[in-house]
Design a protein around this ligand. Sequence first.
Ligand code: LIP
Length: 268
Amino acid sequence: MGATPAELTALAVEIATEAGEMLLAKRPARPEVLETKSSPTDVVTALDRAAEELIRGRIRRARPGDAVLGEEGGVTEGGAVRWIVDPIDGTVNFLYGLPDWAVSLAVEVDGRVVAGVVNVVPRGEVFTASLGGGAWLAGERLRCNEGVPLSRALVATGFGYRPGRRAVQGEVLAKVLPEVRDIRRAGSAAADLCAVAAGRVDAYYERGPQYWDYAAGGLVASEAGARLGGLRGGPPSPEMTVCAAPGLFEELSGLLVTLDPERDRSGD
Ligand code: LIP
């Protein structure tokens, strides 16, 4: 079933908004951990699962036959249109009641992301983008910060859940920190990428975000003029994802390459 990027974005806004309303309404004072994944600190709550089920149900009702890739529910095969779903990006923030968690929905057509919505629920901010249609927040078009040198850059980053990865991420951070204005670690890749788009930070890098973490926020940032990629000219990936205006992207990725960041301490 055909649809324009703008139509897919509008549907994604409806679904992400409804999922956010459900999460706000049903979030208990102290959500319980349902289970853990890659480590004892990589948590899933019942509401992660419930939100993804709501989202999948709305997609099925509106666009039966679309494919879905979701953090909790895995792959549902379908046609040329595929939804990339992170029902709660920033799950630990959700668990603790911190404000940076988001419902992140991206829509691909033939493997290319054409629509992205990041609903940062506690802040009441719904970031949207459609391919070629710009990035938007509350009716205002977004532009990333340009012309910022690395030494004056406010840089967002994040950390994985396994000790062996975090040990190397700490080593890399220790080398990046003296070279930049400062670091921010908010806890949601989707929200971090939207912060790049909105000029609230100048850059983002992280080793480890999954495709559902960065697919929607990556389109928002790209449509706001930022470059999204990996190291050495590669695409964004769980190996390394970097996002900034083109000049700063080159400076930051050039520094990261010297630090051999795409590795984990062996054994854990
Ligand atoms: C989160 C990422 C974030 C990372 C966190 C966590 P989750 O995703 O969005 O960038 O630093 O450690 O992985 O696990 O909340 O969906």
